[in-house]
Design a protein around this ligand. Structure first.
Ligand SMILES: NC(=O)c1ccc[n+]([C@@H]2O[C@H](COP(=O)([O-])OP(=O)(O)OC[C@H]3O[C@@H](n4cnc5c(N)ncnc54)[C@H](OP(=O)(O)O)[C@@H]3O)[C@@H](O)[C@H]2O)c1
Length: 378
């Protein structure tokens, strides 16, 4: 059964009511999804079954799904995903359509965000309905649009897990999270550097560093992005095109305090090696990509960790659950602000073009698709 988006939505409530008597009806419902058809293959819009929420899960009607670099990397390099056709998409915002057994925090109609699980089609964002784990789902406050909310899950998880996953110090600086008791302003007066403050990940790192009390919070970006980064909580924004030596001396002019935590949200060879040179003995450098710090400059007293943002995986889950337990309140209080949004045209069919743009490079913005848009078939 190949149904179109809007009529399908109306059918949904009827089907849900029927489910109690005829569960088999539910499993036949189909939805639009953007499929990556094979490893390094092409994308096309097709249909997949609407998943059913199990215990402690919610079924979400996806109103907005943001694009991430990992989505184009999976397609371009054939990495991470093993089973095709694959549905991608890690950033999900929408409406709870149905709750599974034992769910107490959400009810149908709630506006929520959750993070997709790469490699699991039923838990991915580039489709019209997806599943969320109750404990890794948060409420969107009334003031925030779905498209803004969709910018949050993966970027915030990457920032949070890299900084605060005390349960996995191989992948994290292991700081005390600001959302936990005694965590707020815990690092008052200590300097913090984040390279790439205008990236999606950097956007959330700056805000978390502020909640942790770090000061100064020094970042790099194209200078036209400086005002928005200062508004988020950065105290100093330097041109990302400065030479490493110029940047080192500029930072030294601001703080002579040892820089114990540096988050490299870019993590190319140049930024990693610059960051490592800035790092104080006993400090930790957090990377979002593979460690490429020159071996001969490494010392045992300066840690380098690689963050892994798979929030539902065992080594991340406890920190993820503690973050999501606090997240609805952090958002409602406007203590975490979403990233800037550009909405893509053509619903799911606009995503492949968006991924090309992401690969070419975007500046201080998140590209967001609207899977419920009924686009014209090509
Ligand atoms: N390990 C994980 O689990 C994980 C999770 C999420 C993301 N990642 C990786 O993290 C990286 C960032 O992802 P994202 O979504 O945050 O990227 P993004 O938003 O697409 O990054 C774009 C931004 O990068 C900035 N930038 C580029 N080169 C820079 C440089 N040399 N110095 C400073 N800023 C620079 C640009 O700044 P200007 O426009 O201001 O110049 C631009 O705003 C990607 O490689 C992604 O694959 C890893």
């Amino acid at each position: 059964m190949n149904v179109r988006a809007r009529p399908f939505h109306r059918l949904f409530a009827t089907a849900q009511a029927m489910l109690i008597q005829w569960p088999v009806v539910f499993s036949f419902l189909q939805q639009h999804a953007l499929l990556l058809n094979s490893r390094q293959g092409s994308f096309s819009v097709g249909t997949t079954p609407v998943p059913e929420p199990g215990p402690n899960e919610v079924l979400i009607r996806v109103e907005a799904a943001a694009l991430n670099p990992v989505d184009w990397k999976i397609q371009a390099y054939g990495v991470v995903v093993e089973t095709y056709p694959a549905v991608l998409g890690s950033d999900i915002a929408g409406v709870v359509e149905q709750v599974g057994l034992n769910v107490t925090s959400f009810e149908p109609g709630d506006r929520v965000i959750t993070q997709g699980v790469i490699g699991m089609n039923d838990r991915s964002g580039f489709q019209q309905y997806t599943l969320g784990y109750e404990e890794l789902t948060a409420q969107i406050p009334g003031w925030m649009a779905f498209e803004e909310a969709a910018t949050i899950p993966l970027g915030l998880a990457t920032a949070s897990l890299g900084m605060y996953n005390v349960h996995s110090t191989d992948t994290s600086a292991g700081l005390l999270p600001p959302w936990e008791p005694n965590g707020r302003d815990r690092y008052t007066g200590k300097p913090f550097v984040v390279l790439g403050g205008s990236s999606s990940v950097g956007h959330y790192v700056i805000q978390l560093a502020k909640l942790s009390g770090f000061s100064p919070i020094i970042t790099t970006a194209s200078l036209y992005n400086a005002p928005s980064l200062l508004a988020l909580g950065a105290t100093h924004v330097f041109d990302r095109h400065l030479s490493p030596s110029a940047l080192r001396s500029t930072i030294a002019d601001i703080t002579n305090g040892p820089i114990g935590t540096i988050y490299d949200a870019v993590s190319i060879y140049e930024t990693q090696n610059l960051a490592y040179d800035l790092l104080a003995p006993g400090g930790c450098l957090v990377l979002v990509l593979k460690d490429n710090v020159e071996k001969d400059k490494k010392s045992a007293d300066r840690r380098v960790v690689n963050v892994d943002a798979s929030i539902s995986y065992a080594h991340n889950r406890e920190t993820g659950v503690s973050l999501y337990a606090a997240l609805s309140t952090l958002l409602a209080n406007e203590e975490i602000q979403p990233h800037h949004v550009e909405v893509l045209p053509d619903g799911l069919r606009g995503i492949p073009e968006g991924l090309k743009r992401l690969q070419a490079g975007v500046s201080n913005v998140k590209l967001v698709a609207q899977p419920q848009l009924e686009g014209r078939w090509k």
